[in-house]
Write a new protein. Sequence first.
Length: 249
Amino acid sequence: MRTLIAIPVYNEAATVEQVLRTVRTYHPDLLVIDDGSTDDTSAILDRLRPELGFDLIRHEANAGYGRAMREAFARAHRDRYDWVITMDCDEQHEPASIPDFLQAAANDDLDIVSGSRYLDPRYAADRPPEERRAINATLTKEINERLNLRLTDAFCGFKAHRVNAMRRLHLTEDGYAFPMQLWAEASAKGLRVGEIPVRLIYKDLNRTFGGGLDNAEDRLRHYRCVLNDAIARNTPAAASCCGGSRCAR
């Protein structure tokens, strides 16, 4: 089973070196997507790359989290990997959990192994900002009811994805609403989805989302719109919330 670890980075100069060095001790195959960083992240990556030997995709301008995920899946397919594990670079995803994802993937009974910060209360090291927890809980409940899933954490980016299964999905969302489209597509294509517990760690309580999404109500509306459109695309009789146009931000 060949597995690639994919890490999108954007202005992560404070954490990127430590994260990459630690990840490299757990797994040799690593892809970094530098999504248009404007701080020292790119220079740090150039310095580390000869030593750590990771693959690199670099965007001239910020293209979005969803775009980075799609490029990770495409690169994993191109290079004949069986699985791709995605994780963040802000020290909120612990590299020590990588063996847990590798083991879950090796069991070969799932297509997406999703980390959950709420599956096991013993993993709740921190308390998230209330508006983020509320949005996650609201949309996780809606996703479960509408897509017949049993998720406890719809937004955790620490996941293992079967590469061939990802090729079956029609993924187009560039931004942070990407998980909404992923779950709708996975359900429509009958992918097998499961969760494993990961630690709940919040270090950046003032994170910005950009694109007019820093307001919680606007962010919830946009995420719900992307979810509705993805469900509608897989249910011809359903109506899109945006009439087939891009969701308003």
